[in-house]
Write a protein that binds this ligand. Structure first.
Ligand code: URA
Length: 198
C-alpha cells in the first residue's frame, strides 16, 4: 500500500473533532502522489460528503474547467481541503476544527511535496498568507523554502459573483509561469530557505 493510500485510510478513521458525528463520508482529497500542483479548498459540501471526493459539485465542475484552461487534467493534480469533513449546513469551519484537521493537510504536503500549492478562498489562504486579504493578494505567489504558494479566489465565489470569473481565470493562467519558476528554483542548488513575493 502506498504511503498516500495509508494516510488517506488514517484520515478516513479520524474522529478528532465534532464533525465526525455529522459526516456521511470523510473527504481526504485525491490525486497522484507525485503531483506538482496541489489545490487546497475550504471544506467538503453536500456532494463531496455524499461521494467522499473533493470538488465534485458545481464549484468542482468549474475547478475542472479552470484546470483544463492550463492544459492539465484533474487527474494530474492533487485536490485537498483545509477541513476533511463537511460542517453541518455548510457553515464556516471553526478555528478548533481547522486546528485539529491541520495535521492531515501537513502530512499530505510532506508526502506529495508539490512544487506549487494553490490556495482557493479565504480559509486556505489564511494558513499560508496570514493576515492578508484575498482581494489584495489573489494571483500572487510566495515562496517558503522550496514550495511556492499561490492565492486564488474560491471557484464558488466566482460562480456567485460573475465579475470574479475574469479575475479567477486570469489568475489561473499565471500558473504555468509559476510552475516554471518553481522548476527553475529547484535547479538552483543549495539555495537558502527564503520568503519571496513576486
Ligand atoms: N468547496 C470546497 O472548498 N471544497 C470542496 O471539496 C467542495 C467545495
Amino acid at each position: 500500500m502506498s504511503a498516500l493510500v495509508e494516510l488517506n485510510a488514517e484520515i478516513e478513521r479520524c474522529r478528532n473533532c465534532e464533525l465526525a458525528k455529522h459526516r456521511t463520508k470523510v473527504v481526504p482529497g485525491e490525486g497522484p502522489e507525485n503531483a506538482r500542483l496541489l489545490f487546497i479548498g475550504e471544506a467538503p459540501g453536500w456532494y463531496e460528503d455524499q461521494s467522499g471526493r473533493p470538488f465534485v459539485g458545481p464549484a468542482g465542475q468549474y475547478l475542472d474547467q479552470l484546470i483544463g484552461m492550463i492544459g492539465l487534467k484533474r487527474s494530474q493534480v492533487f485536490i485537498a481541503n483545509v477541513i476533511k469533513c463537511r460542517p453541518p449546513d455548510n457553515r464556516d469551519p471553526l478555528p478548533g476544527e481547522i486546528q485539529s484537521c491541520g495535521k492531515w493537510l501537513e502530512s499530505q504536503l510532506e508526502l506529495i511535496r508539490p512544487k506549487v500549492v494553490v490556495t482557493l478562498g479565504r480559509y486556505s489562504m489564511a494558513k499560508y498568507f496570514p493576515g492578508e486579504s484575498i482581494s489584495k493578494i489573489h494571483g500572487r505567489a510566495r515562496r517558503v523554502n522550496n514550495i511556492i504558494y499561490f492565492a486564488m479566489y474560491h471557484p464558488a465565489a466566482a460562480l456567485h459573483q460573475g465579475n470574479l470569473r475574469k479575475v479567477i481565470e486570469a489568475d489561473m493562467l499565471k500558473l504555468p509561469g509559476v510552475l516554471a519558476e518553481a522548476d527553475a528554483a529547484t535547479e538552483e542548488k543549495d539555495k537558502p530557505a527564503q520568503l519571496t513575493m513576486f
